[in-house]
Design a protein around this ligand. Structure first.
Ligand SMILES: [Zn+2]
Length: 370
């Protein structure tokens, strides 16, 4: 089986500028590492997707938000700073302000939507089992508000497009990014067709500060949002526990037609913005678990990889994740020696309590938790 990897060089333009934690160089560095480590021939091939249309954006954004965002980026590039001070906070949080001129950041964001559109087409029409999108994971973006370095929500687009365009009925979004995917969560909070499962750092200790165990959806969607707030320093044992005791049983019961996983390297112990404790081996473990769930449920997987705030760690963690989901036989080394405090998972007991709480809140909705 060949794995399709969606990527285009212009994604490098998704860059918030010097001194900002989100730089575009990841989209140059990682594809190079991937090609060095794994031969393209026979194992995977790169696919270049078209950018998305304005109509595509309307699937996930209000027209007002699209118009403002495009106008803001045009004006900022032209040096017209008034737009920033007048209306910016109504549509975007300040962390979405690029440092310096934004260049083609907005165009790159649209290309990320184009990539997930193509990924949806490949799994729905082409019957491909695994499609990996390098770039994206813009899970904080909302229909009318951009935040957390996210302009347009590609995870939400992928799920909505599979529902609307291809008539699918059961999509699972599995967010393993260190930050809770508050944008994606909001899109599907009342929708039972999308099972949203999010493993993220305890929201009392990290942006965006939402995603507690008792947030389980609303109305018809009640029980179809699952938040697993991982304790600070959670390592490989904690993640394995959350996957085996929450994610695996609920996936088997829900029987998704497509799993959309998103998240990059920011749960790593050396990440610059977070306080979790995963080693590189943990990313491979997550990928392998998703791969076997995909096989077991006979479904497809779209893997969206984007985050990470330690550029030394990012290529290894991304490669480990991809190797896991795609079944590439490659040894991925830990680029930084593991500090003593992370040599073993010191918070596994706390994680066990979190897992029990999560299962308790959901026991009326899933027989696997009762
Ligand atoms: Zn993140």
């Amino acid at each position: 089986m060949t794995v399709s990897i969606l990527y285009r060089e212009e994604l490098r333009e998704y860059d918030f500028g010097l001194g900002h934690p989100f730089r575009g160089d990841r989209y140059e560095i990682f594809p190079r590492v991937l090609k060095e480590q794994i031969a393209e021939d026979g194992k995977f091939h790169f696919v270049v997707a078209d950018t998305c249309s304005e109509e595509d954006l309307r699937l996930i954004c209000s027209q007002e938000y699209i118009d403002f965002t495009r106008e803001y980026f045009r004006a900022a590039n032209a040096g017209e700073t008034f737009v920033r001070s007048m209306d910016f906070p109504k549509y975007h949080s300040l962390d979405n302000l690029p440092r310096g001129k934004p260049g083609k950041l907005e165009e790159a964001a649209r290309m990320m939507i184009g990539q997930v559109k193509k990924a949806a087409e490949l799994v729905a029409e082409g019957g491909e089992e695994i499609v990996i999108c390098i770039g994206g994971n813009l899970h904080h973006a909302k229909p009318n508000y951009g935040e957390g370095f996210c302009i347009y929500n590609d995870n939400a687009f992928a799920a909505k497009h599979l529902l609307d365009e291809y008539g699918l009925e059961r999509i699972m979004v599995l967010d393993t990014d260190a930050h809770q995917g508050n944008g994606t969560c909001e899109y599907f909070y009342t929708d039972p067709r999308v099972l949203f499962v999010d493993l993220h750092q305890d929201p009392t200790t990290l942006y965006p500060g939402v995603g507690f165990a008792n947030d389980i959806g609303q109305g018809e969607g009640k029980g179809f949002t699952i938040n697993v707030p991982m304790p600070v320093y959670a390592g490989i044992d904690s993640y394995r526990m959350a996957l085996e005791q929450v994610v695996e049983p609920v996936t088997r019961e829900f029987r998704p037609q497509v799993i959309i996983r998103n998240g990059g390297s920011d749960p790593h112990f050396a990440d610059g913005l977070t306080n979790l404790g995963l080693p590189v081996a943990g990313f491979k473990m997550i990928g392998e678990k998703i791969r076997s769930l995909t096989h077991e449920c006979g479904c497809s997987e779209i893997d969206i990889i984007g985050s990470g705030y330690n550029i030394q760690v990012l290529p290894s963690a991304w490669l480990a994740l991809i190797s896991g989901v795609a079944g590439f036989d490659v040894e991925v080394e830990e680029p930084i020696s593991i500090p003593a405090r992370f040599a073993e998972d010191s918070v596994a007991d706390d994680t066990a309590k979190v897992v029990q709480r999560v299962r308790g809140y959901l026991k009326d909705y899933w027989t696997c938790f009762s």
